[in-house]
Design a protein around this ligand. Structure first.
Ligand code: ADP
Ligand code: MG
Length: 323
């Protein structure tokens, strides 16, 4: 089983940002409204996630580390199946297999919380802990027992960059969750969780930039969109400052980005970017977000219609905002 966990770990845990992703997704699944992410040394030293979600009782805590089908990777065909279908129920055991993990959790009905230690996948002591509804997962010494993987890590700044990009995207898609991200004790992002996209953008890009944002909104028969965009270019902005949220998920779409940029055509010097966050709602049958395994690339079935509507909407918003 340990071997299976290590193999799975290689797939699930590519770098510190993948640990953050899996753990924060669990917090969101547990309906947390406050999620703290504390990272040290790019996440290689420590990643600690604290949420106020529904928590786990003692039995759930232990179950979470038993891959629900231990015999799953019994032959090469199964291994392939797992690679292609993804890893439901594999994240915690996989991360635990390549780190020293501490889990503390309690539910609203727990009289006492549970504390677990797992080192390199080996379940250690289970003890009581004062009950505070929610879950705290602390991952230390990531890849300590997989030196080959450790060797592939880039600089601390690069790993922090990946984590920070990921948390920013989550904050944009979940304005009603309060996020705190710190690195070596320094706050990188703090959102209020008040549900307002504009406030999340102010937290990410700065209050001064947010003051210059224009609201954008519109709809066609098939699509409805709203969000905010800057009147002009923003210093240091690049393509990653164009955020598209489709049906509540962060997606990447070159065609939508290009449509947005065409909307700015006369306003931006070549190579300069604005800040834009656009929430687009549509019938789920009109979008395919499963093109890429990380589920970021999106394809739309009426892409031309959508893109020209967005382009017109951006133009119109800028014309009114500047006129
Ligand atoms: P999956 O999310 O695919 O079910 P994971 O390995 O990520 O698999 O998590 C295993 C289980 O542990 C989850 O299904 C959930 O029941 C529980 N769990 C993990 N993290 C949390 C959390 N932060 N709060 C509550 N339950 C959690
Ligand atoms: Mg999970």
């Amino acid at each position: 089983e340990q071997l299976a966990n290590m193999i799975a770990a290689g797939e699930v845990v590519e770098r510190p940002a993948s640990v953050v992703k899996e753990l924060v997704e669990n917090s969101i699944d547990a309906r947390a409204t406050t999620i703290e992410i504390h990272v040290e040394e790019g996440g290689l030293e420590m990643i600690r996630i604290v949420d106020n979600g529904r928590g786990m009782d003692r039995e759930d805590c232990q179950l979470a580390f038993e891959r629900h089908a231990t015999s799953k990777i019994s032959n090469a065909r199964d291994l392939f199946r797992i690679r292609t279908l993804g890893f439901r129920g594999e994240a915690l055991p996989s991360i635990a297999a390549v780190s020293r993990m501490e889990l503390t959790s309690s539910t609203s009905s727990s009289e006492v919380g549970t504390h677990l230690l797992i080192e390199g996948g080996q379940l250690g002591t289970i003890s009581d802990k004062a009950a505070v509804k929610g879950t705290e997962v602390c991952v230390r010494s990531l890849f300590f027992n997989t030196p080959a993987r450790l060797k592939y890590m880039k600089s601390i700044a690069t790993e922090v960059g990946h984590i920070s990009d990921y948390v920013n995207r989550l904050a944009l898609t979940h304005p009603s969750i309060s996020f705190l991200l710190t690195h070596n004790g320094k706050t990188l992002l703090q959102t209020s969780g008040d549900g307002k996209l504009l406030h999340v953008m102010a937290a990410i890009y700065g209050v001064q930039v947010a003051k210059l944002l224009l609201p954008i909104a519109g709809e066609t028969l098939d699509y409805k969109w709203s969000g905010f965009l800057s009147k002009t270019e923003v210093t240091r902005a690049n393509r990653s400052y164009l955020s598209t949220l489709v049906n509540g998920r962060y997606v990447r779409s070159y065609s939508i980005n290009n449509a947005i940029m065409r909307g700015y055509h006369t306003l931006l010097p070549i190579g300069r970017y604005p800040i834009v966050a656009l929430q687009i709602e549509m019938d789920p049958s009109l979008v395919d977000v499963n093109v890429h395994p990380a589920k970021l690339e999106a394809r739309f079935s009426k892409e031309d219609e959508l893109c020209s509507a967005i382009e017109q909407s951006v133009k119109e918003t800028l014309r009114q905002g500047l006129g």
